[in-house]
Ligand binder design. Structure first.
Ligand code: PHE
Length: 357
C-alpha cells in the first residue's frame, strides 16, 4: 500500500495537464483501477486481515482522490494565470487616434440650434423639399402676380404635357413647413423646422442649395416681445456669450405683419467678429407676426390665435460662428476642408453639456 501511495502521489505531482490527471484517476481509482481491484480482494481476506486492510485502503483512496482534485485545481489556476499574462490588453488606450469621419458644420449648427430651441419647448417639424406651389407661395400669402415670386429665383419641377396644374417647386424657403405644421398639429403650436432650400443663385455668399431654420410659435397671446426674447436667448446661447442685443428693422414679408429683419449687435474690430459688443449689426434673418391669411391657410382661426415666425440661415450662422469664409466650400466635399472644419461625431451638442468644444 505504501508503494501504491508513493507511486500515485508522485505521478500526480508530476502531471502536466488535466488529461494526465484523468489518466491517473482511471489507473488508480477507476472501476478497474489498481486501488479499486485491491478493494475487491478484501472479500477473500481473513476477517482480522480485512479489519486492518479495509480502512487503510479507503483512506488511501480518499488521499489519492484529494491529491487528484488539488492538482486539477492547481493546473486550472496555472492555465488561467498563463492566459491572463498572454491575453493582456490595455483597455484605457484610445481605439483610434482620430475617427475617419467628421460631422459637417451644417449638421453641427443644425444640432446646436435645435438643442437651444428644444430647451425653449420647440419641437422639430419637417416638410418635403419638393413642395407644392400652394404651400411654398399661395398659402403664405404670395399670390401668382406677387413680386416675391420673381425675387425667389425658383426652380420649377417638370409637368407632363397637357397637365395644366401649377408645377411643384424646390422649396425656396422653410416657411411652407409653417403651413404643414399648422395643418398637422393645429394650435397652440411651437415648432422649429430646419432643412434644405433652393434658389437659382451662385456666388461667394449664395449657393443654389442652402439651409434655413424656421421658427413658429402660435398661442392665444403671443407678441413681438416674445419673439424678441426668444431670439435674444437663442443668440446668446448659440454664440456662447452672456448676452446679445437684438435689433428689429422694419421690413416686409407677405406672410408676416408686422415684419422685421433681425440684427445682432456685434463688432468687427481687427477683422475679428465679436458678438454682443460693439457698434455694428449683423443681419441674421427675417421675422414677424404670422399674417392672419397664413393662419387661415393652415386651418387656424385668426380671431382666436396669433403667433410669431422667423427664418434664419443655418449656413450663414455656421460661417459666422466658426469663421468659415466661403459658402461654396460647404458643398464641395473637399476632404481637407471637411477635416479642418468638421466636428467629432461623439460630441452631441446640448445646452447643458456645451454646444461646441
Ligand atoms: N422665409 C423668409 C425668407 O426666406 C424668412 C422669414 C421667415 C421671414 C419667417 C419672416 C418669417 O427670406
Amino acid at each position: 500500500m505504501d508503494d501504491l501511495r508513493t507511486k500515485y502521489l508522485e505521478a500526480i505531482a508530476g502531471a502536466g495537464d488535466e488529461a494526465a490527471i484523468e489518466d491517473l484517476r482511471v489507473q488508480a481509482v477507476g472501476k478497474k483501477g489498481e486501488i479499486s481491484l485491491k478493494m475487491r480482494e478484501l472479500g477473500k481476506m481473513a476477517p482480522e486481515e480485512r479489519q486492518v486492510a479495509g480502512p487503510a485502503l479507503n483512506a488511501l483512496k480518499d488521499e489519492i482522490n484529494a491529491a487528484l482534485a488539488a492538482k486539477k485545481a492547481a493546473l486550472a489556476d496555472a492555465a488561467l494565470d498563463a492566459r491572463l499574462k498572454d491575453e493582456w490588453l490595455d483597455v484605457t488606450l484610445p481605439s483610434r487616434t482620430r475617427p475617419a469621419g467628421s460631422v459637417h458644420p451644417v449638421s453641427q449648427v443644425t444640432e446646436e440650434v435645435t438643442a437651444i430651441f428644444a430647451d425653449m419647448g420647440f419641437a422639430v417639424a419637417e416638410g418635403p423639399q419638393i413642395e407644392s406651389d400652394w404651400h411654398n407661395f399661395d398659402a403664405l400669402n404670395i399670390p401668382d402676380h406677387h413680386p416675391a415670386r420673381g425675387e425667389m429665383d425658383t426652380f420649377y419641377m417638370h409637368r407632363a404635357e397637357g397637365d395644366n396644374r401649377p408645377p411643384h417647386v424646390l422649396r425656396t424657403h422653410t416657411s411652407p413647413v409653417q403651413i404643414r405644421a399648422m395643418e398637422l398639429r393645429g394650435a397652440p403650436l411651437r415648432v422649429i423646422c430646419p432643412g434644405r432650400v433652393y434658389r437659382s443663385d451662385y456666388d461667394q455668399t449664395h449657393t443654389p442649395m442652402f439651409h434655413q431654420i424656421e421658427g413658429l410659435a402660435i398661442d392665444r397671446d403671443i407678441s413681438m416681445a416674445n419673439l424678441k426674447w426668444c431670439l435674444e436667448e437663442f443668440a446668446a446661447a448659440f454664440f456662447e456669450v452672456d448676452k446679445i442685443e437684438v435689433r428689429f428693422r422694419a421690413s416686409h414679408f407677405p406672410f408676416t405683419e408686422p415684419s422685421a429683419e433681425i440684427d445682432f449687435r456685434c463688432s468687427w474690430e481687427g477683422g475679428q467678429l465679436k458678438l454682443g459688443e460693439g457698434d455694428d449689426w449683423l443681419e441674421a434673418g427675417g421675422s414677424g407676426m404670422v399674417h392672419p391669411k397664413v393662419l387661415e391657410a393652415g386651418g387656424i382661426d385668426p380671431s382666436q390665435w396669433q403667433g410669431f415666425a422667423f427664418g434664419l440661415g443655418i449656413d450663414r450662422l455656421a460661417m459666422l460662428k466658426y469663421g468659415i469664409p466661403d459658402l461654396r466650400a460647404f458643398f464641395e466635399s473637399d476632404l481637407r476642408w471637411l477635416r479642418h472644419y468638421g466636428f467629432l461625431g461623439l460630441d452631441q451638442p446640448t445646452t447643458h453639456g456645451g454646444l461646441s468644444r
